[in-house]
Design a protein around this ligand. Sequence first.
Ligand code: HEM
Length: 435
Amino acid sequence: MTLDSTGGTTGGTTPDTTTGAALGIDLVDMAFWDRPPQERLADFARLRALESPVYFAEPRVPFVRAGKGFYALVKHADVVAASRNAKVFSSEPAATSPEPPPWLAKIFGTPMVNMDDPGHARLRRIVFRAFTPKMLAKIEDEVGALATRIVDRVVEEGPRDFVEQVAAPFQLNVICAMMGIPEKARPYVLSRVDAMTEYSGVRGSLASPRTLWLLYGNLKAIVDLRRLVVRLGKARREKPGDDLVSALVNANPDGERLSLAELGSFFDLLLVAGNETTRNTLAHGLHLFTEHPEQRDLLLGDYDERIGGAIEELVRYVSPIIQFRRTLTTDHELGGHAFKAGDKVVLFYLAANRDPEVFKDPDVFDITRSPNPHVGFGGPGPHLCLGANLARMELKIMFRELFTRLPGLRSTGDPTYLLSNFDNGITRLPFAYSR
Ligand code: HEM
């Protein structure tokens, strides 16, 4: 397999099977993602019912996107098999869409999510220290204190928008706390993250002037954050402390450490991977518990017993990350299709999480569901979400704080959904509680 000038790969098949166009489904067109969630899920059910994966064409954008198109993996078994088999289903050149062109990786480096072993395994060994039970236990009190402060502020100000007042500040502050970013620098970080993620997730076509402008804002925000993190990394190299950045930039017992550039890439990844995901799960969670009061009563009847299952069901039902992609390194058969080296597949977690072959009544939100082998944190394999236990801890702490201190907490209107085919996001959610 060879890279072409846009970062795509040469080789691969021209589709000889059913195409999205033939079915009247276009997963590439943002108009599809603008439709109500139920309609999209119905189309994914149609795709799942077919014998083999369907091909979707992508437009080519010179110097930016190869426009090779991809096969949609929508069955649970196919998503699991592809995730497990990383030698064949590679995360290079990129697991994200659109695939960043090589010049972008040259400037900013490659995040681990877009890497294969051995480079990926080396980074994962180093950054794993951020997510050990010991490290999580260390920040648990701080996460609890943050949740308390955020709910204090809701009580002071009165409820307006759950995303703005609760979900967004909580998640961002947790990551800043982990990285040791001082409180006074956090509003700046938030503004940069908003600019950085405005483009991510394929919102619209790269060919339009508006998205090129967004891309510029996105790149500038990455540069701004890099400066901040590299300064922090340098300071911790000179004077190590008991914090995470010190642990990452100074050698572990095996002599491995992150370079300052790698630290910058890792921080970007944490901000993007960890920020929107948990925040969207919180917002969807409040809305779901409002729409399903019997599930909420069940949860509050025995919070400690039920919260673990509730979080897994939320992640299954919501699928906060809609998809990641892979590129085949060799010819391979999966799900009734003979793929060729260079073919691309997109793993639609949200479709796999509603597969009736695995989940009984998949469209029912049931916090007692067991077993619940969802792929919301990714399929089993080397890229399984590193932050899953952190996300679980945060959600457990924040829902407890919210439900115990704000009686009658509920959403009071329809969520405003983010137009994205990557984050299943909510940008605004009106809410209230009984005083
Ligand atoms: C409900 C919350 C979350 C969801 C649904 C989620 C989902 C995912 C998914 C689907 C992947 C797999 C990527 C792939 O297969 O290519 C992933 C990877 C990753 N996640 Fe999460 N995530 C969540 C929270 C977090 C948090 C809180 C953090 C950190 C602060 C985080 C950090 C990461 C990292 C670093 C990776 C890359 C792992 C690798 O490539 O080895 N995630 N996540």
